[in-house]
Design a protein around this ligand. Structure first.
Ligand code: HEC
Length: 146
């Protein structure tokens, strides 16, 4: 028993250092969530997330249609399913957060621009527009949490 305690004391600095190294390896984002909370009601939280999953699914569908040269379908999906949809507009308004609403409007304008690019049937131009549109997803996710 004594030997076990002595060994534990002896190796303590090694264990501590290892743990410290682990923590130092994390970025600030992993430790503190600096994103602004929207303070939504449970109902609105649910609505936000389910609408967001639809945005992800629509993005996937657009990529799939591009793979099949279905520019028309991709354009219609961008216009109808991306940006500020009716469901999202309700959530954004409930948050009463002007910056979020502004980003929602920018996302919508970007989805319309994407829809126009897709209509041109130019793959490179369309991919650039899709990337720009997705930059707004990333921008908003960096800033807000439910
Ligand atoms: C105006 C702001 C805004 C825009 C634009 C936006 N999102 Fe979100 N999204 C959010 C917020 C807020 C959350 C909740 C994040 C949290 O609480 O961690 C979220 C969550 C999500 C989730 C997680 C859903 C779940 O069930 O956990 C997905 C997926 C998602 N968004 C996809 C997208 C995609 C794809 C786009 C762009 C095409 C997009 N979002 C654009 C604000 C936005």
């Amino acid at each position: 028993m004594k030997i076990f305690i002595m060994l534990a004391i002896l190796f303590m600095p090694v264990f501590c250092t290892a743990e410290e190294q682990g923590i130092t390896g994390l970025t600030a984002h992993d430790i503190v969530d600096n994103r602004q909370s929207l303070d939504l009601s449970p109902r609105m939280k649910h609505r936000l997330l389910s609408n967001m999953r639809e945005q992800l699914s629509a993005t996937r569908n657009i990529i799939g249609m591009l793979g099949h040269d279905n520019f028309e379908g991709a354009s219609n999906t961008a216009r109808a399913k991306l940006g500020m949809t009716e469901g999202l507009e309700q959530v954004y308004n409930a948050s009463n957060n002007q910056e979020l609403i502004k980003l929602g409007i920018i996302a919508s304008a970007s989805a319309d621009k994407l829809a126009i690019s897709l209509k041109s049937k130019d793959l490179k131009k369309s991919l650039k527009a899709l990337r720009e549109s997705m930059a707004i997803c990333v921008q908003c996710h960096n800033k807000f949490r439910q």
